[in-house]
Ligand binder design. Structure first.
Ligand code: GTP
Ligand code: MG
Length: 338
């Protein structure tokens, strides 16, 4: 039986190492083009792993799946419209909290994902000990430690990609970011209106769409407009938004993003330990003190003064020795002299 090709999209914050991981995965088998209609580069490559054919697409770096920048629109359209089989969410292990914000949005979409916990070398230098198993369980997706620049973790990453694509991964499960009872009640109210039209739920996750509508996402509104019941749904969205903003005395985007960060903080607290950073950092600290603008010169003079005294203190021993050697010779010479 010939299995279908697995499509994988690399998604992550700018500069987290997506292209490095892409290169480590695909080697020289890649082609470069542009995303249709724009000048943003599109890299695509193919490979085989564990008997499976895999197509990998490198996506532009983004902090969030809203639709404010061209990069964000490209990435979200790819995820929502092209529906890759697996998303590899590349995460900078040294900036976990900030990077996981995007992850909470991927969880919201319900996309099947694997996390490449990249730049693991740098995180270790900073003294971070990350329990990737625990983190994976909390996020509902496997977490693989990688160092893209040295191709570390790439084979395991591929193993997990294939497992997730085949629905055979034990860690992969669909979780919900809890937004709190008040917000959840409004999400349910919107979902209920959406369910009156079955076709919406067939195309999108109604939970995701409801949250996006609450967050005033213009692209979500546009997507909804394709359905006849959109006006009743938007009425409910406006009502829900008013209820929540009155209750919290804050705008809904802030309320929801606060809840996302709350979830992240909890996950990080349970899976990351901070230990003393490596020696490099200790010597960095010493450097910082002795090259300090105000302390630098006093420390230098103190050092010179100590060196000066040390020279005499230590110099006394050889001087005594020399003297005790020279003195008998002098006496002998004196005796020999007429
Ligand atoms: N120390 C370390 N550096 C890495 C690792 N992975 C990537 N880098 C470096 O991080 C920098 C950014 O890597 P890219 O692969 O270009 O990052 P990107 O996510 O594709 O960046 P954008 O496409 O601009 O969003 C490069 O200098 C890489 O050499 C890693 O695991 N460890
Ligand atoms: Mg890149």
């Amino acid at each position: 039986m010939k299995t279908r090709e697995i499509t994988v999209g690399l998604v992550g914050n700018p500069n987290c190492g997506k292209t490095t991981i892409f290169n480590a995965l695909t080697g020289a088998r890649q082609k470069v083009a542009n995303w249709s209609g724009v000048t943003v580069e599109k890299r695509e490559g193919r490979l085989k792993h564990a008997g499976a054919a895999i197509r990998v697409i490198d996506l532009p770096g983004i902090y969030s799946l809203t639709s404010y920048s061209m990069e964000e629109i490209i990435t979200r359209d790819f995820i929502i419209d092209d529906r890759p089989d697996v998303i590899v969410n590349v995460v900078d292990a040294g900036n976990l909290e900030r990077n996981l914000y995007l992850t909470t949005q991927l969880i919201n979409i319900g996309a099947r994902s694997v996390i490449a916990l990249n730049m693991f070398d740098e995180a270790a230098n900073k003294g971070l000990v990350i329990d990737s198993e625990r983190l994976g369980t909390l996020l509902g997706m496997p977490v693989v430690k990688t160092v893209g620049t040295r191709s570390i973790g790439i084979t395991e990453l591929l193993d997990r990609i294939v497992q997730v694509a085949q629905g055979a991964d034990e860690t992969a499960r669909h979780i919900h970011i809890p937004f709190g009872d008040d917000v959840e009640a409004e999400i349910r109210a919107i979902q209920q209106k959406m369910r009156e039209d079955e076709t919406i739920g067939k195309r999108y996750s109604t939970r995701w769409l409801s949250v996006r509508l609450l967050e005033r996402d213009t692209d979500a509104v546009k997507k909804l407009k394709a359905y006849p019941g959109h006006e009743t749904i938007m009425e409910q969205v406006a009502k829900s938004r008013a209820v929540l903003e009155k209750h919290f005395d804050d705008d809904i985007e802030t309320i929801i993003s606060d809840r996302r960060y709350g979830f992240i903080a909890g996950a990080v607290r349970e899976s990351v330990k901070k230990t003393a950073p490596r020696r490099v950092d200790v010597s960095d600290k010493i450097d910082r003190v002795i090259t300090n603008r105000y302390l630098g010169f006093p420390i230098l003079f103190l050092f010179l003064w100590a060196l000066f005294h040390l020279t005499f203190a230590l110099g006394e021993y050889p001087m005594n020795l020399i003297e005790s050697g020279v003195h008998p010779v002098g006496l002998a010479v004196e005796r020999l002299m007429p």
